[in-house]
Design a binder for this molecule. Structure first.
Ligand SMILES: Nc1ccn([C@@H]2O[C@H](COP(=O)(O)OP(=O)(O)OP(=O)(O)O)[C@@H](O)[C@H]2O)c(=O)n1
Ligand SMILES: C[C@](O)(CO)[C@H](O)COP(=O)(O)O
Length: 389
């Protein structure tokens, strides 16, 4: 496969072709429902929310390739991405091989990820990808210390205590330099329980990065229940905050809160400088745990030069919705000597409400002569967003 943009240096192979015998449900594990969506959909939300642009390769049971494609396109459609869906094999290793067979030209780092780790935070995917892309040549796996005492047993008889000080639990995604991983898979003579073991057997070095509790694998009914409870409790309501400051610039028009202010100095910035919209984007992204406007859109990216900030807001909302959230409400406080917020507050609230699809309140204040806002050098906007799942 070729034809992906140059910046796509990462592929994530999401293996979802297992039967899930230990979960014991009628359908294959990745297609079991979890909190109103399939396990696969939850896993893909995390993958598409990662910052590194990636080719996402979903490996599904032969009979469910079309269903997996529909699920993946639904998630990718709102978050944008480069997607391939292929049929897996009898073992996890064969499924990974099927995914590796469709790697795009230009991919340098391959992450292999279990769909069964449905709640894996996108930050872990980015963490692994970043270390592989640094180019040390090693495989990179998430690991966490073993917290329980460990015993070696013979049947039900304890033989000895095992020193756990140098033991870790490992998770996915596991990341590798592309060529070395493909060569290791081609050379593999036996079945390994994870990609790092196969890579090490071919002579590759493997290093660890910190794992994440939420990246646990849904293996048994108890795990599925735990995932349900986590989604129930933790993610119903989330808040986020965003702050943006811009210097006044007489040479540019003033756009604030999506509204044009004639006869006012504009705001200096790479885009149209609409600090209110920028603060709202940061509030929404932080509430969803999706990073910030700079990491998402690039504060100097040429395509955003002079761009209306509504573009950032639309993209931000697509990301937030792709991560499974809807916006409850947004509030913004503008700290500035000018413009007078009260005169245009209702217009800003209406325009922003229309863009966000939820109530947006705008308030204004001054800093009582203090600081750069008080000296009339610039303007600050502070936004707070409430998201719900
Ligand atoms: N032939 C296989 C076997 C496993 N996997 C994937 O590998 C991941 C981890 O495997 P595991 O949790 O062991 O899943 P299952 O093999 O489905 O479970 P079980 O061993 O209980 O049957 C899962 O996302 C699973 O879909 C796969 O793509 N192809
Ligand atoms: C790859 C893996 O998820 C790493 O922890 C795991 O080894 C695969 O699943 P299994 O439960 O060991 O079969």
């Amino acid at each position: 496969m070729s034809g992906l943009p140059d910046e796509v240096r990462v592929a994530v192979v999401v293996v979802a072709a297992g039967g899930g015998t230990r979960l014991g449900q009628a359908q294959p594990k990745a297609f079991v429902e979890l909190h109103g969506a399939t396990i696969l959909e939850h896993a893909l939300r995390g993958v598409f929310a990662a910052t590194h642009p990636a080719q996402v390769i979903v490996v599904a049971p032969h009979a469910l390739v079309a269903r997996a494609r529909a699920i993946a396109e639904h998630v990718a459609g709102v978050a944008s991405g480069h997607l391939s869906v292929v049929a897996g094999g009898e073992t996890r290793q064969l499924s990974v091989s099927a995914g590796l067979a469709v790697l795009a030209d230009g991919v340098e780092a391959v992450l292999v990820h279990d769909a069964a780790r449905a709640l894996t935070p996108s930050a872990l995917i980015d963490r692994v990808a970043s270390v592989v892309l640094e180019g040390g040549g090693a495989g990179v796996i998430p690991a966490s210390p073993v917290v329980d005492t460990v015993k070696r047993v013979d049947g039900d008889r304890v033989v000895e205590a095992v020193d756990r000080s140098d033991l870790v639990h490992v998770q996915t995604p596991q990341g590798f330099p592309r060529d070395a991983l493909v060569a290791a898979y081609a050379a593999a003579g036996e079945d390994y329980t994870d990609d790092a073991a196969l890579f090490a057997a071919a002579g590759g070095a493997v290093v660890t990065v910190p794992g994440e509790p939420r990246a646990f694998k849904i293996t048994t009914p108890w795990d599925l229940n735990r995932a349900e409870h986590l989604l129930d409790a933790g993610a119903r309501i989330r808040t986020g905050v965003g702050v943006d400051a811009h210097r006044y610039d007489d040479a540019v028009p003033l756009w604030l809160g999506g509204v044009y202010f004639p006869d006012e100095p504009g705001l200096d910035g790479h885009s149209d400088g609409d600090a209110v919209i920028h603060a709202i984007c940061d509030a929404l992204l932080s509430a969803a745990g999706l990073g910030d406007i700079g990491s998402r859109f690039g504060s100097a990216a040429p395509e955003f030069a002079g761009a209306p900030s509504e573009v950032f807001l639309r993209e931000t909302l697509a990301l937030v919705e792709g991560a499974g959230f809807r916006v409850g409400n947004v509030v913004v406080q503008i700290i500035a000597n000018r413009p007078r917020v009260s005169a245009r507050r209702l217009e800003m609230e209406a325009r922003l409400g229309e863009l966000v699809g939820a109530p947006v309140s705008v308030a204004g204040t001054t800093s009582d002569g203090l600081g750069f806002t008080g000296r009339g050098e610039g303007l600050v906007a502070i936004a707070n967003a409430l998201l719900a799942r």
